[in-house]
Design a protein around this ligand. Structure first.
Ligand SMILES: Cc1cc2nc3c(=O)[nH]c(=O)nc-3n(C[C@H](O)[C@H](O)[C@H](O)COP(=O)(O)O)c2cc1C
Length: 220
């Protein structure tokens, strides 16, 4: 797939077929992402791929924490508030999603369902966790973000679907303990991965993007 087409047609997939992805395909996707650039080629990312029983057990654990009312404590906190431009785009996203699906995303019952769907990795056959040494600075977080995008693009080029999930890091400490990831690591992102289910209503929605005028200043 041509690079620009790959970037423009990737989108978050939240409905998956149950078929597992062959190990060789996952290895190919991850080794492609390994070619991402990083500060001084430090490659500050670690990848854990969960499948089968272990993934199911983690989902059960996360749902239990949520149902028990445990306050989320991700290693990278969610912003307490968003600046006006970003807040406007988030509001537009929720409105578009509501209009497209008829679901009110501000309804607490829907929010609960959405959280649980996240913790179940949207029923994808695999979940990937990206993590790194917690002592690293934001430059390394930046590098890990590049790696994440490369991974999602490589997956898309191979006909796989992905969704990046901050929510999958809500209970960072117990997730790391369960996965035997040292507590000295920073749990950055979960990514569900598998073959997209084209009939899933969760995949019917396509987000938009701001015009260039909102992002770019041309200087001569
Ligand atoms: C860092 C990051 C965290 C995200 N966390 C979640 C999440 O927890 N759950 C979810 O369903 N989507 C999550 N998303 C997906 C975004 O909602 C999605 O990328 C955005 O709406 C743009 O849509 P698109 O990916 O289909 O282009 C996350 C995306 C990023 C980059």
């Amino acid at each position: 797939m041509e690079a620009c087409e790959c970037i423009k047609t990737r989108r978050s997939i939240r409905g998956f077929r149950p078929d597992p992805v062959p190990r060789a395909v996952l290895e190919d996707v991850i080794s492609t992402a390994q070619w991402s650039p990083s500060y001084k080629n430090s490659q500050p990312w670690k990848v854990m791929v969960l499948s089968g029983k272990k993934k199911e057990q983690l989902s059960e654990l996360l749902v239990r924490e949520y149902e028990n009312g445990t306050a989320p404590c991700p290693d990278i906190p969610e912003p307490l508030s968003w600046p006006a431009d970003e807040a406007g785009r988030i509001a537009a996203l929720y409105k578009m999603r509501s209009d497209a699906t008829g679901i009110n995303f501000e309804d607490p019952a829907i929010l609960r369902k959405a959280k649980i769907a996240n913790f179940n990795f949207y029923r994808a056959p695999h979940a990937v966790y990206l993590y790194q040494e917690a002592s690293l600075t934001p430059w390394s977080l930046f590098d890990l973000g590049l790696f994440a995008q490369s991974l999602m693009l490589a997956a898309h080029a191979k006909g796989l679907g992905t969704v990046p999930q901050a929510f999958a890091t809500d209970y960072a400490r117990i997730t790391k303990e369960f996965l035997n990831i040292p507590l000295t690591k920073r749990l950055v992102l979960g990514i569900s991965i598998g073959y997209p289910d084209p009939d899933s209503p969760a995949n019917a929605f396509r987000t938009g993007r701001a015009g260039l005028d909102e992002a770019v200043t041309w200087v001569e």
